[in-house]
Design a protein around this ligand. Structure first.
Ligand code: ADP
Length: 665
């Protein structure tokens, strides 16, 4: 590997007249906004399923670059370059993910005579390989985690090195990213299997099965340094971000400043970040990631040669626009002096994902029937979707980033907690309640944030639901329907549910998952009365419109009703409930499905290691599915014989599709 520390970029200013943003979702929106603020015309690209996304509407022009699978659209370099040629764009901003750290793409952009708004391809290459990155940084005196990053990939060598650094160890893909293929190994006996699994995942995800091994630090913090380089040898830092709250080794909450650093440690860490950037003569915005152990020692993890998802918190405490700086650097402008970069207050970001924390963070897909984000002073909402959009199986399930600033950490966290409560999403499951639980947690408030936080403090998190609030929503929905019926019948003056016998009301049954509500109601002229079992409510204010303020049993709040497919959603100030009018699954289907293993999420089948006739043990992997950048194994719930296999490798399956049928024990 060549060390990319030679300086070749001349100090000439280049003009940049139209920017194509080669990405989707929130980051495309965010980059487009800055381009607009700088007066630069913009081009968006989109796949066939993304035509309705906000980034498409926000750009001055938009080009469809192919079908839904990313390999055919957002990873399709030729289609993106063709879109730039067609629209006359002379610069490309890659966002994060997709082609953002792809050196051949950056080279192709430059070969086409366009400006790539990002680091030089050689820096991407040098840092795209975790093993080479570790070696380069170690040579520059930046501390790296004790481990093994050599060429010899034999199991025996890994076993020897693991014994040297001491268990537990962490196996990583050298070409890795996104936590893929990362496996913690507790003891020597588990090493061969872990290596085999990591090689398989690495080969599938990165077409490169080289591995490296690191000492697994228990309960560390993830702290990273934002850097900006001019590509001519000057690198400055824009302070640190702490990103320890993670699931599956991936961040969900980030904040700055880190509660773990005092001024002296911060200065040392930021200096190490700058040293890493200088080793690359870094150009543009980048992030040097470190891991901080329980004693406060820090070790280099990797350099992300792009804008990070969590960059907004840095912007909120410094007032800088990092995308504007990426563009200025790409034009050859000079960076500001380090001393002019100062920070004020505290900022926190929560990543709102379409995923279910109660089901091991399984991604969730569907229509965003309700999607409301709060607005307010010192709140920044970076969203890539809007109400009515579909969350598909094809891309990362990030819906939005909620970012809050405060003079103090407590002020920022309080603001964030309130913002989360006012965030309302229906149609997909989200991690909103988990984020809220973290932000309110005493250990988090005390700054005791480590990467083990969720396992330690919120294991098996289940969102609590308030049964009284759910019942009030059911009552409101039933009465809302009654009002609608009256309107539809063109009988606005006749009481809904009018009967000859005023002592018998109307009845309706609603289902919320397994819970059914039998609600009886009476129209009393100006108000309704409703009964559920022994409970009795006086209800006022229900309206046939979709948003109304109503009082149920003395509680007044604003309700919003949204309908989609066979479901009705009722949102209020506390949360959202989803009701189905009828039982969706008659008992017979459930019984028949007893031995059938269904896809827990829509996805692509990547492995079917069993065949009809196989005897399998409890816990054995039957099918491996991939969706939204995640692998999910379907395990045998009991020992038995495979009597049917209803899927094949490569096939895209719907959630609920029966994939394997298992019989006996
Ligand atoms: P990726 O590029 O796949 O995201 P990283 O190397 O950046 O992988 O690590 C991601 C996360 O994994 C870190 O933020 C940290 O939580 C955890 N991690 C990585 N290396 C170690 C280690 N040696 N010990 C403990 N945790 C680690």
């Amino acid at each position: 590997m060549s060390t990319p520390n030679t300086v070749s970029t001349p100090n000439t200013l280049s003009t940049l007249t139209k920017v194509l943003v080669a990405n989707r979702g929130e980051i495309a929106v965010r980059v487009l906004r800055t381009c607009r603020a700088l007066g630069l015309p913009t081009v968006a690209v989109y796949s066939e399923v993304d035509a309705g996304l906000p980034h498409v509407a926000l750009a001055d022009e938009a080009v469809c670059i192919g079908p839904a699978p990313a390999t055919e659209s957002y990873l399709n370099a030729a289609a993106i370059l063709a879109a730039a040629a067609r629209t006359g764009a002379d610069a490309i901003h890659p966002g994060y993910g997709f082609l953002s750290e792809n050196a051949p793409f950056a080279e192709a952009v430059e070969a086409a005579g366009l400006t790539f708004i990002g680091p030089r391809p050689d820096a991407m290459r040098a840092m795209g390989d975790k093993a080479a990155a570790r070696q380069l940084m170690a040579a520059r005196g930046v501390p790296v985690v004790p481990g093994y990053d050599g060429e010899d990939q034999a199991d025996a060598r890994f076993a020897q090195e693991a014994a040297r650094v001491g268990y537990p160890v962490l196996v990583k893909a050298a070409a890795g990213g996104g936590g893929k293929g990362m496996t913690v190994v507790a003891e020597p006996a588990a090493l061969p299997d872990a290596l085999a699994r990591a090689r398989r995942l690495a080969l599938a995800a990165f077409k490169d099965d080289r591995l490296l091994l690191e000492k697994y630090l228990e309960g560390p913090r993830h702290v990273e340094v934002q850097i900006l380089g001019d590509g001519r040898g000057r690198v400055l830092h824009v302070f640190e971000r702490e990103c320890s709250i993670q699931r599956r080794f991936q961040k969900i909450i980030e904040e700055t400043p880190s509660p773990a650093l005092d001024d002296e440690k911060r200065a040392a860490l930021c200096a190490a970040g700058v040293a890493a950037g200088e080793a690359l003569a870094y150009r543009g915005a980048g992030t040097v990631e470190f891991i901080l152990d329980a004693h406060g020692a820090f070790y280099f993890l990797e350099v992300n040669t792009r804008l990070q998802v969590e960059h907004p918190i840095t912007e909120l405490i410094t007032g800088l626009d990092l995308v504007a700086w990426q563009i200025r650097v790409a034009r050859g402008e000079a960076l500001p002096p380090q001393a002019s970069i100062t920070a004020r207050g505290h900022a926190v970001e929560c990543r709102l994902y379409a995923e279910d924390p109660a089901r091991d963070f399984l991604p969730s897909t569907g229509r965003l029937v309700i999607f409301e984000l709060p607005q307010g002073p010192h709140l920044r909402m970076d969203a890539g979707v809007a109400e009515g959009c579909d969350v598909s199986v094809y891309y990362d399930p990030l819906l939005a980033k909620l970012v809050a600033w405060g003079e103090t950490r407590d002020e920022a966290l309080d603001r964030m907690a309130g913002a989360l409560l006012r965030t309302r999403v229906a149609g997909v499951t989200t991690n909103r309640d988990l984020l809220h639980a973290v932000v309110r947690h005493p250990a988090f408030r005390a700054g005791l944030t480590t990467t083990a936080f969720l396992d330690q403090h919120l294991p098996a998190f289940q969102a609590a639901s308030d049964p009284a609030a759910v019942l009030r929503r059911a009552v409101v929905l039933v009465l809302h329907r009654a009002c609608r019926r009256r309107l539809d019948q063109g009988l606005p003056t006749l009481r809904g549910g009018w009967r000859n016998n005023p002592f018998r009301g109307q009845r309706e049954v609603l289902l919320d998952g397994e819970t059914s509500f039998q609600i009886e109601y009476f129209d009393r002229g100006g108000h309704f009365e409703a009964r559920h079992g022994t409970e009795h409510f006086v209800v006022r204010g229900v309206h046939p419109g979709t948003v109304f303020s109503a009082e149920v049993g003395g509680h007044r709040t604003t309700y919003r009703i949204a309908l989609h497919g066979e479901y009705a959603y009722v949102a209020d100030g506390l949360g959202i409930s989803r009701f189905a009018r009828q039982a969706r699954f008659p008992a017979g289907i459930e019984a028949e499905a007893a031995g059938s293993l269904a896809a827990p999420m829509p996805g692509r089948v990547v492995q079917v290691p069993v065949a009809v006739g196989d005897q399998v043990a409890k816990g054995q992997v039957l099918v491996v599915l991939e969706a939204m950048k995640m692998e999910q194994s379907l395990l045998a719930p009991h020992a038995g014989q495979v009597v049917a296999v209803d899927c094949a490798v490569g096939q895209v399956v719907e959630a609920g599709a029966v994939l394997v049928v298992l019989e006996g024990g």
